[in-house]
Design a protein around this ligand. Structure first.
Ligand SMILES: *Cc1c(COP(=O)(O)O)cnc(C)c1O
Length: 409
């Protein structure tokens, strides 16, 4: 399908929550009233001045927005081609973009009179953002986490506990993110009245994908204004890393109808895209199916069983991708590529050495693709990449990959 055939990309999803043939709400009857209630409240909040004012105040004084749009001069010289700009969302409180969305959802929960927040987390970054904002508002926070992830992500588990959250290790299934999502949905059905389910990416049943995108769109909205102020025009190319796809949708969304802006999402190619599924590239290496209440591209084996992904970056190993990305992919409005662990690791080091910025491994994937294409592009070309997280959390993983031991004695 040709994206020129689509009138506008800003109006999606339709009233059924579908982006083309993706999205929707595949949930049990018992969840339906909750989802409809959430949708109603969310729509109402969008035109509520006091809701917006409270969010903007916290964005400014608690999160530290707007994040800078930074011209990466030495990296640009090093690569020797297009001008590279970084949208610095790694400078947010808690070190990534996730707090933009969590803040929005928790304010919505308060507006709805909900008194108990539940969340699922894989690598723990969304859990930490939830625990942070719940502490800020004095709300109990319950985080479902696969028992394998609880083991693998000990520092984030400790952070969440320090912030007062309760962690529920999930042992059903394989004990990973997918199972944690199922248990969180089950909790929600059981505790209908007082509980709000805070989803961490542009996935889940409608209205979550659109709602999370809207909260994250502050990234693209700022980047657009900052780029116009700085360069007097829009960027030529946008690049962002894709786990579930929320930081990418946040950057991309305000530019979707600017057809001259090329949009590229970068998936985690792990050890390469082949039948072993040692990657997390749902679009470039997966097939459509239904998971977590929506229809989208998923990592699955020949029998349609959801497969656990693999990546050096724990934050990218969601086994699916937000339905809006599936739509942008199928219409051709955005293109998607995969970057391997090794390529991401090399970009991580380049960024440290040339810019004095230690990036998270997730945006290091985006950066690797930027480095790959920038050298062949004219110097007038402008690339804007979302630096969606900082790398302090990743230094142990990087040290191990580089064959060094930095464990504390
Ligand atoms: C969680 C996370 C991601 C992946 O999630 P998206 O929804 O795809 O943005 C990417 N980068 C960082 C730094 C993260 O914490």
């Amino acid at each position: 399908m040709n994206h020129e055939l689509v009138n506008t990309f800003l109006s999606g999803p339709d009233q059924n929550g579908c982006f083309g043939k993706f999205g929707g709400r595949f949930v049990s009857e018992t969840l339906m009233p909750l989802i409809l209630d959430l949708e109603k409240e969310y729509q109402a909040s969008r035109t509520d001045e006091s809701f917006r004012a409270e969010m903007e105040d916290l964005w400014t004084h608690y999160v530290g927005r707007p994040s800078p749009l930074y011209y990466a001069e030495r990296l640009t010289e090093h690569v020797g081609g297009a001008r590279i700009y970084l949208k610095r969302d790694e400078l947010n409180h808690t070190g990534a973009h996730k707090i933009n969305n969590v803040l929005g959802q928790i304010l919505l929960a308060r507006r709805m009179g909900k008194t108990r927040i539940i969340a699922e987390t894989g690598a723990g970054q969304h859990g930490v953002a939830c625990a942070t904002v719940c502490a800020r508002f004095g709300l109990p926070c319950i985080v479902y986490m696969g028992e394998h992830d609880v083991e693998r992500q000990a520092p984030n588990v400790f952070r969440m506990r320090l912030l007062g959250a309760e962690i529920i290790p999930v042992s059903s299934g394989r004990g990973t993110l997918k199972d944690a999502m199922n248990d969180a949905l089950r909790d929600w059905v059981t505790n209908v009245r007082d509980t709000f389910y805070c989803i961490g990416t542009v996935a889940g049943p409608h209205p979550y994908p659109a709602m999370v995108r809207d909260f994250q769109s502050i990234i693209g909205k700022e980047a657009r204004e900052q780029m116009l102020a700085r360069e007097g025009r829009l960027p030529d190319i946008l690049v962002a890393a894709i786990g579930g796809g929320s930081n990418a949708m946040g950057l991309f969304y305000p530019f979707l109808d600017d057809r001259d802006v090329t949009i590229i999402g970068v998936e985690a190619g792990g050890q390469g895209i082949d039948d072993r599924i040692m990657h997390c590239a749902s679009l470039t290496g997966g097939r459509p199916g239904v998971l977590h209440g929506n229809r989208t591209y998923l990592l699955q084996n020949a029998d349609g069983q959801i497969q656990e992904g693999f990546s050096i970056s724990a934050g990218l190993d969601y086994p699916g991708v937000g339905p809006e990305h599936a739509w942008l992919y199928e219409t051709g409005r955005a293109s998607y590529v995969a970057i391997t662990d090794d390529e991401a690791l090399a970009a991580f080091q380049t960024c440290c050495e040339h810019e004095g910025i230690i990036p998270a491994l997730e945006p290091s994937h985006a950066l690797a693709h930027v480095i790959k294409i920038a050298g062949d592009l004219p110097k007038e070309t402008i690339i804007c990449m979302n630096m969606c997280g900082r790398g302090d959390k990743d230094i142990y993983t990087v040290a191990r990959a580089l064959g060094m031991d930095i464990s504390e004695s």
